[in-house]
Ligand binder design. Structure first.
Ligand SMILES: *Cc1c(COP(=O)(O)O)cnc(C)c1O
Length: 478
């Protein structure tokens, strides 16, 4: 007899216990033995293993299927908690949030209408009010979203709704701002040239005077400033646009200021660095990614607005979602999504378990580690530091003395790829000031400077190997 689908219900309470416990046990056994961010299994082999499974083949039953998940997926996972995982803005996750996620998976709430969530809506609203308070909004509002990209999209949607129609809209950002700003403009159907890159200083921060000029120029060209997007922690350099003077310009010009603090939001709880976000309370909307800087499992992000009325600017009413039942607070009116995860519970559990200061100290630790790592890179014979940071990224190139720039640039991509193929130290690459470079993003407060020394030595050794093999091949070809 083929297995039936087992559903979560009173009659399966015991099975739920067994299945989830066994699954948790396997994952715990795995993580206990992880000693590298991922494996060296070749990409083609990973694909072969997945494609070898016929999803129409005889089913395995729940227990077997989950053992297979462990064997197929968990054994090959990319582990963000590993001290040699240095690639992107991914964090190790807080245990209270992991456990809360397990509750969410089983209870399966959707925070769209009140009648689907009840106390869940109250909890999300309380967490949002707490975040708004940390930003410095007196009576803000907001909503959890799937991530910074969606938060930015919604912010720009609201900004456009607040703008008089008629003339073409302009969004002011910088070349360093997140690509989701341009992507959002495209999704909103704005003209191709709607996003203007305001000039930046040498560190990659928006120049307020250049912003003022750009706004004047746009008005002179018959266009209407729709929004200024300042970044509270750029993805590559981890630098913060000067929020106070930018807010001055926005106030004077009466333009919507959005602060994308997807990365830098950790500073909101930092016991020592909160001042780096001074002026964020003057924004009309703010993006915060808790799945980056608050050690939350994906997904966990919010869009927060200073004036609750702004959040209603783009709301849409569907009859079956009880729009006119004003006594029932419906989060769906504030969201771009309908069915929506109750991600707020994870942050709630984390705040209740460890408190905001612990989160802030953990974020401080990665910023401190980045400063130490910068010193390490600067002192390294063969590594060149490319740019400073205010947060936790490290931009560098492997370029021993005497190596021409184009040779160093050509190694950036192959170095990342070779390290990924090996699975011992994972790093990223990007382009800064027109030149490729490698990038580390530090978000693990338990990573030490000794870990960093070991990882950087490994990176440098791999680069030397690559150069040797490239030279050998080029030599042989001659
Ligand atoms: C990561 C990031 C985003 C996008 O957030 P997602 O959660 O990945 O969608 C937006 N802005 C900045 C500055 C970021 O670093």
């Amino acid at each position: 007899m083929s297995p039936v689908i087992e559903l979560f219900s009173p009659t399966t309470a015991q099975r739920y216990r067994q299945v989830v416990r066994a699954t948790v046990d396997r994952t715990a056994d795995r993580v206990a033995h992880v000693d590298r961010p991922t494996t060296s299994t070749p990409a083609a082999e990973l694909r072969r293993r997945v494609r070898a499974i016929d999803l129409d083949a005889a089913p395995l039953g729940t227990d077997q299927a989950l053992a297979e998940v462990d064997d197929l997926f968990v054994s090959e996972a990319v582990w963000f908690h590993d001290p040699a995982y240095l690639a992107h803005l991914n964090c190790p996750v807080a245990l209270p949030a992991v456990a809360a996620e397990a509750v969410l998976a089983a209870v399966n709430p959707s925070v769209d209408t009140w009648d689907q969530s009840r106390i869940g809506t109250e909890i999300e609203r309380h967490v949002i009010d707490w975040v708004a308070g940390r930003i410095g909004f007196n009576a803000g509002d907001g909503v959890f979203t799937s991530g910074g990209s969606q938060s930015n999209l919604q912010a720009l949607l609201l900004a456009r709704a607040a703008m008089p129609s008629g003339t073409p809209p302009v969004v002011f950002a910088t070349a360093e701002s997140h690509f989701s700003v341009r992507r959002s403009a495209q999704l909103l159907g704005l003209p191709d040239d709607a996003v203007v890159d305001v000039r930046t200083d040498a560190a990659g921060r928006m120049l307020p005077a250049a912003l003022a000029t750009a706004i004047t120029d746009a008005r002179a060209a018959g266009r209407t400033p729709m929004a200024v997007v300042a970044t509270g922690g750029t993805t590559d350099r981890g630098v913060i646009d000067p929020l106070q003077p930018i807010a001055d310009v926005c106030d004077l010009e009466d333009v919507w200021l959005h602060v994308d603090a997807a990365y830098g939001c950790g500073l909101l709880v930092s016991p020592t660095r909160r001042h780096l976000l001074a002026g964020i309370e003057r924004a009309r909307s703010v993006t915060a990614d808790f799945h980056k800087a608050f050690f939350q499992p994906v997904s966990s992000s919010a869009l927060v607005v200073r004036d609750p009325a702004d959040l209603r600017r783009a709301s849409w009413h569907a009859d079956y979602l009880n729009p006119e039942d004003a006594a029932e607070p419906n989060q769906v009116d504030k969201s771009l999504q309908t069915t929506r995860r109750f991600d707020a519970l994870k942050l709630w559990a984390t705040l209740r378990a460890a408190g905001a200061d612990a989160l802030g100290r953990a974020f401080d630790a990665v910023v401190d580690l980045a400063a130490q790592t910068h010193a390490l890179v600067a002192a390294h014979d063969d590594l060149v530091l490319v740019a400073p940071t205010q947060l936790s990224t490290v931009l560098f190139r492997w370029q021993p003395a005497g190596m021409p720039d184009d040779e160093a640039d050509a190694l950036v991509g192959p170095l990342r790829a070779a390290l990924l193929a090996e699975g011992r130290v994972l790093i990223a690459k990007t382009v800064v000031d027109g030149r490729p470079c490698n990038k580390l993003t530090l978000l693990n407060p338990e990573t030490t400077i000794e870990h960093m020394r070991t990882s950087l030595d490994h990176v440098a050794a791999m680069a030397a190997d690559l150069r040797a093999s490239t030279t050998a091949t080029t030599g042989a070809a001659r």
